[in-house]
Design a protein around this ligand. Structure first.
Ligand code: UN1
Length: 496
């Protein structure tokens, strides 16, 4: 028997144990007998050490030319590329989603790292005119300082990369606290940056719980900006904790995303999209298509075929190439799913498939749940309003596009939405009317690319976007610079 590997925190360029010396277990959600490793149980003392290291590293990093910062990223991205298969396998073991998807998660981190490496040679500002003669005006981006980054378990490498890379390319330093369910992928990402030559202290990693690490991190007086991805409830607490010191905070929270299917849609394509959007990542995406609104003319046909295809999905260990749907992340998440299925039944929705844990054989070792569809839902039902974060899709009938959009927009969230139609007028109307940060035509609600802004309206976010150049807007502040070469006092607005 080999002893499980113990992973350490990364503080000031060293891999170190936590102050209390205790660890916690990272288990495989598809097989809880498999221990992925032991991770440091960190606390406020470790937070202080990490923030101090990031603060010390800040000045030199801030003044490192951004193209040089980018060179580190090019090397890190190449390392991630070389290791993609191993990193994906490690991620499937700790998170559960199928290998094809964990390869995608690692690829998303590679894409983001290359993308932000290139930003090192752009970080464009503006040069503009002046209202006064012999005066030159321009804007440049400047960093904020130490950033506290708190990431979820559903995209264990991609989401940390969405935050670390734009933060660092802008000249900030960072302290990352990944989810306790998936610390290994964050560890692997940070290790690639270390091997690529990132100077000590520029990125720091600490594992542990939200209350013992996350909370002291975002409250630390030297942390200037906080980026958080997770539930709306915790996001609200993050926002409140940041408010007294006016810390910038970027919140990426819940979703209750909709696929709308009109009578004129390519129905087979819409069914495939609803399966991938609803049950991909076992429904554990903030972009998951947990609602499908279908026009009456194709409703019956759609529902029958959707249910038949969902029943045929193969659920199991994500390392098996035949498996399409992995387990849920943990028992608490499975209980949440179960409680929503009960709510749905009590609300009078029609349970058409799934609705139970999977048991027997290998299923007994993991947190498996059958893909579940509720039909004939009313848009006001809780299962059609609240984020479940599991393999549960609510199908709602509608009369026409206006009705579909009314249902689609009739929720507290605004992350992603989609319309299946072959009619260009319908497509453009929905593009204009849907109140979501992301909109798809003839594609499901998942599948955002790294060079487009990612985020949502209403209770999904607080007005910021991740990814793309939009991320630079969060991780930098504008400095407006006026250079007067007239050799005399010129007064704006007065010397007209
Ligand atoms: C998330 O669910 O938190 O568009 C992120 C997508 C992925 C990212 C999802 N590229 O579904």
């Amino acid at each position: 028997m080999t002893l499980p590997k113990t992973y350490k925190n990364y503080i000031d360029g060293e891999w170190v144990v936590s102050a209390c010396g205790e660890t916690f277990e990272n288990l495989n959600p598809a097989n809880r007998d498999e221990l992925i490793g032991l991770f440091q149980r960190s606390g406020p003392q470790d937070v202080n050490a990490a923030v101090a290291a990031a603060q010390r590293a800040y000045k030199a990093w801030k003044n490192t030319p951004p193209p040089k910062r980018g060179e580190v990223f090019y090397r890190a991205a190449a390392l991630l590329q070389e290791r993609k298969e191993d990193l994906a396998e490690a991620m499937t073991r700790e998170m559960g989603k199928v290998l094809e998807e964990t390869r995608g998660d690692v690829q998303e981190a590679i894409d983001m790292t290359f993308y932000m490496a290139g930003e090192g040679r752009r970080l464009f500002g503006q040069t503009t005119t002046s209202e006064l003669p012999n005066k030159f005006c321009m804007t440049v981006r400047g960093p904020l300082g130490v950033c506290g980054l708190i990431t979820p378990w559903n995209f264990p490498m991609a989401i940390p990369s969405w935050k670390i890379m734009p933060a660092l390319i802008c000249g900030n330093t960072a302290v990352l606290k990944p989810a306790t369910d998936t610390p290994l992928s964050a560890h692997n990402l940070v290790q690639a940056l270390e091997e690529a030559g990132l100077p000590r202290g520029v990125v720091n990693l600490m594992t542990g719980t939200g209350s013992e690490v996350g909370s002291p991190l975002l409250q630390h007086s030297d942390v200037r900006a906080v980026s958080f991805t997770g539930s709306t409830e915790i996001g609200r607490a993050v926002s409140q904790a940041c408010a007294p010191a006016f810390k910038h905070c970027c919140l990426e929270m819940g979703g209750k995303n909709v696929i709308m299917v009109l009578d004129d849609a390519n129905l087979e394509l819409a069914i495939e999209g609803a399966l991938w959007g609803g049950f991909g990542t076992t429904g554990q995406r903030c972009t998951a298509a947990s609602r499908v609104v279908v026009q009456k003319g194709v409703y019956k046909d759609f529902l029958e075929r959707f249910v038949e295809r969902a029943r045929a999905l193969k659920v199991g260990n994500g390392l098996d190439p035949a498996v399409q749907v992995g387990p849920l992340i943990n028992e608490a998440q499975r209980r949440t799913v179960e409680s929503y299925v009960e709510i749905g039944k009590n609300e009078g929705a029609q349970l058409l498939c799934g609705g139970q844990r999977l048991a027997g054989g290998e299923y007994d070792k993991g947190w498996f749940y059958a893909p579940t569809i509720f039909g004939d839902c009313d848009a006001a039902m809780r299962i059609a309003q609240e984020e479940i974060f599991g393999p549960v899709v609510s199908v709602i009938p509608c009369n026409d596009l206006d009705h579909a959009m009314e249902i689609g927009n009739g929720i507290a969230y605004g992350l992603s939405s989609s319309l299946y139609t072959r009619n260009v007028n319908n497509a453009f109307t929905a593009m204009r009317e849907m109140e979501t940060g992301i909109f798809y035509v003839n594609a499901p609600t998942i599948g955002a690319e790294t060079h487009l802004p990612f985020g949502g309206t209403k209770q999904t976010g607080n007005g910021h976007r991740e990814a793309a150049t939009a991320a630079l807007d969060f991780y930098s502040e504008w400095k407006s610079i006026y250079v007067d070469y007239s050799d005399k006092l010129q007064r704006a607005q007065i010397d007209t």
